[in-house]
Design a binder for this molecule. Structure first.
Ligand code: PLP
Length: 374
């Protein structure tokens, strides 16, 4: 049975070149970057070349890239330090953020008694910019945290517009860019964003490594204490093979961006057309103009099929998801869809299909066939 992987918003397959790079470092470059001998100096050089290479893709300086264990850690660090050290008194976010933001914000509210405001979300999953501007009229030290590409429905925030609004209102702006990094160009010289975060496994790199972009002189303080790694902002011996693997994966993603984007966009359109043909009453959750790697659809099946659908597809070798990976095994409706759909529609089966350059038309045909057999 051919297996079909259409769950690339959860995680992606590592590119073979990345595995080669990581294996070489694991076997040959095992020095500690903090050691002063040749082994350490060699490791330090790999570390700093990786940082430089990553920074270049965003048009920023290498010192503004801080390595972390994942996107979740980077977001926790930034939001917590913004409140604790930068004395942010209010966070404006939305209810459709990833839990890495939502739960961190709730924890900070409890611990520091900060004000939390949620920007309204339109029925198509886009945040209401007029409401954001209204919220920003209040004078209070504020941080706005809004994700770039939504991991469940693929809505694509206008970073240019939002970052400019934040700058005009003199507030900090953090964007969870975990789903968009490596898949679209983000020029941080042009965009006045203070903080973005990344997780390598979302762009065909290894799991367990990510980074934060923290604009120069941000004033952030570390989340935890220890060695002087990452200029004292993130203590702990660097996972060199992970970091170099991430840098390699990012370079390959950007080197192949246009061709891969074209191929994936065509597949997504093909899927939409096939769904129109076979299930004319299906609906797109979000917008058909959403980000090219994600498509979330509401299928015209009866409610009793909802619980079984993933299982049925899995039996046929097809991996898709119902919401974010952390929720897909749960029967609770996704918190993102809950913000957008009626109670009626929420009970019906919705599927998130997320693509990579490794997918083919045959994958889509197999998915459609499997759906038809339900
Ligand atoms: N933010 C978004 C939008 C995501 O999709 C994810 C992963 O699903 C994360 C944050 C968290 O990434 P990680 O689990 O790698 O820290």
């Amino acid at each position: 049975m051919k297996k079909v992987y259409l769950d690339n918003a959860s995680t992606t397959a590592i590119r073979p070149e990345v595995i080669t790079e990581m294996t070489k470092i694991l076997s040959e470059d095992y020095g500690n970057p903090s050691s002063t001998h040749s082994f350490g100096r060699n490791a330090k050089s790999i570390l700093e070349l990786s940082r430089k290479s990553i920074a270049k893709h965003f048009n920023v300086s290498a010192q503004e890239i801080i390595f972390t264990s994942c996107g979740t850690e980077a977001t926790n660090w930034i939001l917590r330090s913004a409140v604790k050290d930068l004395k942010v008194k209010r966070i404006i976010t939305s209810k459709i953020e990833h839990h890495a933001v939502l739960y961190t914000v709730l924890a900070l509210k409890k611990e520091y008694n900060i004000q939390v405001d949620y920007v309204a979300v339109r029925p198509n999953g886009e945040v209401d910019i007029t409401h954001l501007v209204e919220l920003l009229s209040q004078e209070k030290k504020t941080l706005v945290s809004l994700m770039h590409v939504n991991n469940e429905i693929g809505t694509d925030l206008n970073l240019d517009r939002i970052s400019t609004i934040c700058q005009e209102h003199n507030v900090l702006f953090h964007s969870d860019t975990v789903q968009s990094i490596g898949k679209t160009v983000i020029d941080l010289q042009k965009l006045p964003i203070d903080f973005i975060v990344a997780s390598a496994h979302k762009f065909h790199g290894p799991k367990g490594v990510g980074f934060a972009f923290v604009r120069k002189n941000s004033g952030l303080q570390p989340l935890f204490y220890g060695g002087e790694q990452e200029k004292g902002l993130r203590a702990g011996t660097e996972a060199l093979h992970q970091i170099a693997g991430m840098a390699k994966a990012l370079s390959l993603s950007y080197a192949n961006l246009e061709a891969e984007k074209k191929g994936i966009t065509e597949l997504r359109t093909y899927l939409i057309n096939q769904l129109k043909l076979e299930f004319p009453e299906f609906k797109i959750n979000g917008s058909s103009e959403g980000f090219y790697t994600v498509l979330n659809v509401l299928l015209p099946f009866s409610e009793d099929k909802t619980a079984m659908i993933l299982f049925h597809l899995d039996m046929k070798g097809i991996a898709v998801s119902r919401g974010s990976a952390c929720q897909s095994g749960s029967i609770k409706p996704s918190h993102v869809l809950a913000e957008m759909l009626s109670n009626e529609d929420l009970k019906k089966p919705s599927l998130r299909i997320s693509f990579s350059h490794e997918n083919t038309k045959e994958d889509i045909d197999l998915l459609i066939q499997a759906l038809k057999s339900i």
